[in-house]
Design a binder for this molecule. Structure first.
Ligand SMILES: Nc1ncnc2c1ncn2[C@@H]1O[C@H](COP(=O)(O)OP(=O)(O)OP(=O)(O)O)[C@@H](O)[C@H]1O
Length: 432
């Protein structure tokens, strides 16, 4: 029977922001991680992946629920974990050796033992000869090796990695992934389990044994997929591409059920993806050019886009009724095809219909502008409404994108200087 290393029991996390209280980020997360597992955590941008990792590390307390490490409830820093950060988090005034040794700061060990352990890890990570170099003298890949070294020198049962490769160029990242995987699979490190947050489905399927997929607003676990392949994995293998496609299709599935009546959706203030109308138009044209149905994973690969950049465009196209996603493939709807083939003016008309039908926030903006005798209203006014739902920063982003969509659809105009939204002409037949 394998030892349970981490158990998350009904973890919830809520944050207060300057304008909103108790915004739920994580909801009812239950997860068990046993010895020998390499688990990836995937999810849309801002879904709460890093927050979850920090809760496991004990760096952030959960609002509800508990984290157990080897059967003991974690209160404060989790003694069983070492953490690797996307940004390396090295101290620039310390050498490679000093940075790595820092991981042992709180251990009751003699200086000689600390030195021996640090040098051995430095050697294992291919940093031999750079012990006395400062981070600024190192490439990104080598800096991350130091970050990994600092976590591994503690000989943690669980290695937590928060997007460890995303700040690196592709080749450096591939090289480091292979080296880390070799240390793990050949048991050259005493680590019993690895939990990695990543944006890359391919990375998750290449490296880990299990992919846990989170939803957004708030994050719940929507899938927990075993990856039953031996290392080294062939990225062209049908089992590999099948798993990538499956996770893609889960991630691109809309959280709001398509069957939900539009009247129900209109009661909600639903966040829209921050995708300008121009980018969306280009994307729909591209799908149309490539054929009726396009494999999303291959498309992202062709465009060299990572999930974080790609998913919002796909979701926006889906939300506005231009495309449908099924089994990892994207297909233009009839409206989408019509939009792709239309003239510039016709497109504006189609876009107008789609946003009015699918984006209740735009409908509210127009309703308010209509109700004013001068058909004008300050941006600030709408911002305050949206702030209650999304918090200040996100409300600003949402407002920017709604203005972009509204202007493109010629539903309203925007005076950049005065920061006013106003109606240029009557919008007919669409407002209840
Ligand atoms: N200290 C905090 N106070 C308030 N809100 C926070 C705090 N930390 C995170 N959040 C919010 O929690 C949500 C989840 O953030 P988190 O960084 O965990 O997501 P993520 O999935 O790791 O994002 P990304 O993929 O962009 O790295 C975001 O909306 C973020 O703004």
């Amino acid at each position: 029977m394998k030892q349970t290393l981490i158990e998350l029991q009904q973890i919830c996390k809520r944050y207060d922001t300057p304008n909103t209280t108790n915004v739920s980020v994580l909801e009812n997360i239950k997860l068990t991680i046993v010895e020998g597992e390499f688990v990836s955590i995937l999810g849309p941008s801002g879904s709460g992946k890093s927050t979850l990792l920090r809760i496991i590390a004990g760096l952030v307390p959960p609002s509800d629920g508990a984290v157990y490490y080897s059967g003991q409830e974690v209160r404060g820093a989790n003694p069983g974990v070492g953490m690797v950060f996307q940004s390396f988090a090295l101290f620039p005034w310390l050498t490679v050796l000093e940075n790595v040794k820092l991981g042992l700061e709180n251990k009751h060990l003699t200086e000689t033992v600390k030195m021996r352990k640090a040098l051995s890890i430095i050697d294992m990570l291919g940093l031999d000869g750079f012990e006395n170099a400062y981070p600024k003298e190192l490439s990104g890949g080598m800096r991350q090796r130091v970050g990994i070294g600092r976590a591994l020198v503690m000989e943690p049962d669980i290695l937590l990695m928060d997007e460890p490769f995303s700040a690196l160029d592709v080749l450096t990242a591939e090289n480091l992934k292979r080296d880390l995987l070799e240390l793990w699979t050949e048991k050259k490190i005493p680590t019993k389990s690895i939990i990695m947050v990543t944006h890359s489905i391919e990375e998750a399927v290449y490296m880990s044994d299990r992919a846990v997929v989170l939803s957004r607003d708030p994050a719940r676990i929507i899938a927990d997929i075993p990856i039953p392949m031996t290392h080294w994995r062939d990225k062209q293998d049908v089992q590999f591409t099948g798993l990538v496609d499956r996770i893609y299709s889960i991630l691109t599935k809309r959280e709001l059920k398509p069957t939900e009546p539009i009247e129900e959706r209109k009661k909600k203030i639903e966040k829209v993806q921050e995708v300008p109308a121009g980018a969306l138009t280009g994307f729909i044209e591209l799908i149309d050019d490539l054929g009726i149905t396009v494999d999303l994973y291959r498309l992202a690969d062709q465009l060299s886009l990572n999930l974080e950049d790609f998913l919002p465009i796909v979701e926006a196209a889906q939300m506005l009724g231009f495309a449908q996603i099924q089994h990892g493939d994207i297909t233009l709807t009839e409206v989408g095809r019509h939009f792709a083939d239309a003239s510039v003016l016709e497109r504006k008309d189609i876009f107008k219909k789609q946003v009015l039908q699918h984006v209740p926030m735009i409908e509210k903006i127009i309703w308010i502008l209509h109700s004013k005798s001068n058909n004008k209203m300050e941006r600030e006014f709408f911002l305050e409404i949206f702030e209650k739902h999304f918090g200040l920063e996100e409300a600003g982003h949402q407002m920017d994108i709604l203005i972009d969509w509204g202007r493109y659809a010629e539903l309203f105009a925007y005076d950049e200087k005065a920061k006013n939204l106003y109606l240029e002409q009557e919008v007919t037949g669409t407002i209840d």
